[in-house]
Design a protein around this ligand. Structure first.
Ligand code: DX5
Ligand code: ZN
Length: 228
């Protein structure tokens, strides 16, 4: 049986000068996990935030899981600092990890839930040997680095494939999607089997983050009823 869909607002598209208030608005609209995009200007062509900002936001938003999506080279060097800053979930890119199994165990050793992320061009088959040790698999439905990009529909097939593998192997990882999640795509995404819906642009770029979050979550829930 699949778990209920959850909205995971991504602060990448929020007003960084009002980060606490923006996060709280999206959570008031139904978001249950907060997605923090960590970019280093090397693994992806953009730079965002580091552990000090995560720690500040943790004080403003104490009771919601922080889902830290590391789009960085050498993630092992920074995992302890993000855990210390208040991350609850930490995900790393398969493409950035030479010793992926070691990195996932490192995350767990810091009492965080471990996740693994796939770029649009990376096949699900490369995760075969870690699916039994991860809390979540994050499928990128855009090339990582920026918000507000167009949804790549091939990701739907990858979600379906993951859901099939999970069922056949009796595993428990959750399926998350990131990039281009919006009112016009969320139905197909949920019907394909994604449960954790990361959304930045759709929540934060059109005023009223609370109202936007609420509408998107409602659309996701409606689609999940049809799926069931
Ligand atoms: C992109 C980030 C996403 C981003 C999604 O590299 O990982 O989390 O916020 O953006 P939207 O929802 O704007 O497509
Ligand atoms: Zn992300």
């Amino acid at each position: 049986m699949q778990s209920v869909v959850e909205l995971v607002p991504s602060i990448l598209s929020a007003d960084f000068a009002q980060l606490g208030a923006e996060a709280k608005a999206a959570l008031a609209g139904g978001g249950t996990v907060l997605h923090l995009d960590i970019m280093d200007g090397h693994f992806v062509p953009n730079i965002t935030i580091g552990p000090p900002v995560v720690a500040s936001l943790r004080k403003a938003v104490p009771n919601v899981p922080f889902d830290c999506h590391l789009m960085i080279e050498n993630p092992d060097e920074f995992i302890p600092a993000f855990a210390e800053a208040g991350a609850d979930w930490i995900s790393v890119h398969q493409e950035a990890c030479i010793h992926l199994d070691r990195t996932l165990h490192l995350i767990a050793s810091h009492r965080c839930r471990s996740g693994v992320v796939l770029n649009p061009a990376t096949p699900v088959s490369l995760l075969e040997d870690v699916l039994d040790i991860v809390h979540h698999v994050l499928i990128m439905s855009v090339n990582p680095g920026f918000g507000a990009q167009q949804f790549i529909r091939n990701s739907l097939r990858k979600i379906e494939e993951l859901a099939r593998i999970r069922e056949s192997r009796g595993l428990a990882f959750r399926i998350e999607i990131d990039g281009g999640v919006a009112l016009d795509t969320v139905g197909d995404i949920v019907r394909a089997g994604a449960e954790l819906l990361v959304a930045g642009n759709a929540v934060f770029s059109h005023g009223d983050a609370r109202g936007n979050a609420r509408k998107l979550l409602q659309a996701a829930r409606d689609a999940s009823l049809i799926r069931a």
